[in-house]
Design a protein around this ligand. Sequence first.
Ligand code: ZN
Length: 477
Amino acid sequence: MTWIKPILISTVLWLLALYSFAQKKNITPFEKSEGRATSTYFECIEYYKSLADQNRLIQIEEIGKTDSGYPLHVVAFNFNGRTESPTKNKIKILILNAIHPGEPAGVDASMMLVRDLASGKILGEISGTISLAIIPFYNVGGGLMRGSFSRANQNGPEAYGFRGNAKNLDLNRDFIKMDAKNTISFVEYFQRFDPEIFVDTHTSNGADYQYIMTCLDTHPQKMGGKLGQFMKEKFTPSLFESMKKNGYEMSPFVNIYGKTPDKGYGQFFDYPRFSTGYTALFQTIGYMSEAHMLKSFKERVQVTYQFLISILENGVANKDLIRSIREIDRANIMEADKYVLGWDQDHTESDTILFKGYQASTIDSKVTGGKRLKYDREHPYEIKIPYYNKLLVNKSITVPKAYVISQAWDKVIKHLEVNNITFSRYLADTLLTVETYYIEDFKTYQSPYEGRHREDCQGSRTSPQLTREFYHAIAGN
Ligand SMILES: [Zn+2]
């Protein structure tokens, strides 16, 4: 029985290493400042490197470029990030932080989360069934433009990064057009890791209410099939339940602008240009956590930390079910005749939610001389309000056998490659009868948006026509 000895020795060494890791405090800059400071980009990366040096469950890797010139990192917990090989019986979860560096609660919450998972302080044995990947600081360029005034009415931290990236792009509008190097690096990694659950951490502004956190979930109808239904009926409710049990009751993201929520509101529609809208295209359950800016930074980090733990716990509890229904949905999508391209909110049907708000009034603004909304925290209320969370299909297509793309459209082809869309090239000039879309008329908005001129869909028309087209589609030249 000589093999028992090496196993015993390695187990003892492992336990000693775990004990010594747990003994080291690994205090984060957020904790050192007692909740007043958020980590800089450099502090954040150095912190994870130090954790990785101490604990073999943690790795930190560079996964691509960002517009700032600094690399994009991913922290892998409990799987080999180098070989991208999470094992089959684990739930794969991806967390994205600092897409908006002025909203950094997730940066600091994730640093504590990884430390506490690795030391065994939280989740205990079930942490062994999670493959967790964290992009610790996504918008590096924005993070380097640190100041204290770009979110002047936010309640801390003392200094924080700027929303736009090094090219002044809002990265949470870039997931389809991929103008930023950050986005290309993210998409490549997302496609390789293929997470079952995705979380993008934010801080919201706007109306005041009693909740420290609201939750923006990708629209379950867009997920299609069984996974969307499971998310709406089981996963999201159990997430809300577990947050409430831990003292952080949440509300669905308060999607209103310039008015109060007491008449109800509709579910935020996350187009694919948003993070969760993008990840939903690949049957990944997605949430944006929205800690509220008027609550202290310390509370916002704590609530985000708890939200991430609740995601991990619920992910583990449902991991086999999520994997199996996701596979069924993906197979069904590949077989489907129709594919939905556009949605409208259904204003006729709603759910009812209990909303815990503050009474509001309109007062004179001392700054602008105009009127402004004021929420009165001395007067909380609870009211049942309609929540419009159903969608109607406004555009769908019959799925063609294939699309033919001219090789001149190299930007489109690059997007397909990065997104892991399989395609093949014609080996010689080929005559095909195809249906072609013609743009008959188009209008764009007057102002550019995120580096592009958006099409005004109301004013544009396209029509499909059957034509004979000759494609110079020659491979290998
Ligand atoms: Zn944000």
